[in-house]
Ligand binder design. Structure first.
Ligand SMILES: Cc1cc2nc3c(=O)[nH]c(=O)nc-3n(C[C@H](O)[C@H](O)[C@H](O)COP(=O)(O)OP(=O)(O)OC[C@H]3O[C@@H](n4cnc5c(N)ncnc54)[C@H](O)[C@@H]3O)c2cc1C
Length: 348
């Protein structure tokens, strides 16, 4: 039995994988070990056997909020959950797996006649990380939309899937309980607020788009591929037999994100969490400091949005960190506080 597990582990674990291919930054050295389980059972096998080998592990989603190291630690296993992308419609309840792109939720909402998830349209990243980060757009946040979160506690020898209610998840601005626990989010349950009959009727349509996504190359860690997939799926709904018009709030999101060049350069979105200690957003402070467009190596502070550090030309993690320190120091000197990074920085 255990031999089967070792065999499956060896099948699921790849050697010498460039992390840059699994990051929207396009940055990261070669991971010694890399896995992309497609099911919770595969994930449990990977966790079980890697623990027996005493391996260091990190779990992530689509890598749209992570700065991977230039030289990953030897022997470390990187586990991306982006292959675990599915929605099961169970009457008025959706059971979602953690690798589901957040943006898929906005399309599923359209099929169901619900506007509750429009804010996730074109938000890069996966549901699991969206819960971990309590990802938000304008006034709406992922934590307000889930009812139950399914997770595995790495401290539990049985690695059983457990559930926590949203009200116990300590959701706050870009925060959740998951940032303080050795827990891996494997999925969530959502109660769909409107027209659940429509969701059941269109279950096949949701599955069709998910299948298309699952077959897409590299599961869309590239921002331009991500944008072209979801924007063309949205427009396609208008012409299909379903005939769903793209709602204005989603078009407005698209105009905002394309206007800020979100999908034409490699980045992880906003680098720092917003902090209004000085009465303005971080982007506005960087603008006032005249640091937009400052460059180091292959990295540059976006000329369009002061809180974004871009990989303009083969940047390294070190180039990005140099600009991050430049911004932190300047904000500290001028405005008296040190901004907290939103991007998860893996230094090894
Ligand atoms: C152009 C652009 C625009 C963006 N706009 C927004 C925005 O408007 N609002 C916003 O909130 N964010 C935004 N982001 C950031 C990003 O989209 C979100 O943080 C998203 O939730 C990250 O998802 P991911 O799967 O890529 O996470 P990853 O980068 O893969 O992981 C991020 C963190 O989550 C942890 N994690 C991932 N999955 C799990 C899991 N299943 N269980 C436990 N921990 C996990 C990882 O360990 C890591 O610490 C933007 C990013 C980009 C590139």
């Amino acid at each position: 039995m255990m031999n089967d597990r070792y065999e499956l582990f060896n099948k699921l674990c790849f050697r010498h994988v460039p992390l840059s291919e699994h990051s929207s930054y396009g940055i990261g050295g070669i991971a010694d070990y890399f896995a992309m389980p497609a099911t919770v059972e595969q994930l449990v096998t990977i966790l079980e056997v890697s623990a027996l080998y005493g391996m260091d592990r990190v779990v992530f989603g689509m890598g749209s909020n992570m700065l991977f190291p230039d030289r990953p630690k030897q022997g470390k296993l990187y586990i991306s959950l982006k292959n675990m992308a599915d929605i099961t419609v169970n009457e008025s309840r959706w059971i979602l797996t953690s690798g589901l792109p957040l943006s898929m939720l906005s399309l599923a909402g359209l099929f169901a006649g619900s506007s509750a998830f429009q804010f996730t349209y074109l938000m890069p990243g996966s549901l699991g990380a969206g819960i971990y980060m309590n990802a938000k757009y304008y006034k709406e946040q992922v934590g307000d939309k889930v009812e139950l979160v399914n997770y595995i506690d790495l401290a539990d020898p049985a690695l059983a899937v457990q559930q926590i209610r949203a009200e116990d998840c300590e959701f706050a601005y870009k925060q959740s309980i998951f940032q303080h626990k050795p827990w891996i989010i494997v999925g969530a349950e959502i109660r769909v607020p409107e027209h659940d009959e429509a969701a059941i009727a269109h279950n096949g349509d949701i599955k069709r788009v998910i299948r298309k996504y699952q077959n897409s190359n590299g599961k869309l860690s590239s921002l331009s591929a991500f944008y072209s997939f979801f924007s063309s799926e949205l427009r396609g709904l208008q012409d299909s037999r379903i005939r769903i018009e793209a709602p204005e709030p989603m078009m407005e999101i698209e105009r905002y994100r394309t206007g800020n060049r979100h999908f034409t350069s490699r980045s992880c979105g906003s680098f720092f969490k917003n902090n209004y200690a000085a009465g303005a957003s971080i982007g506005a402070l960087v603008d006032r400091l005249g640091l937009k467009g400052a460059a180091h190596g292959g990295a540059i502070i976006s000329p369009y949005h002061g809180n974004m550090i871009l990989n303009a030309a083969q940047a390294t993690a070190a180039d990005v960190l140099y600009l991050k320190d430049t911004l932190s120091d300047a904000i500290h000197r001028q405005y008296g506080f040190i901004p907290e990074p939103e991007v998860v920085i893996m230094t090894e």
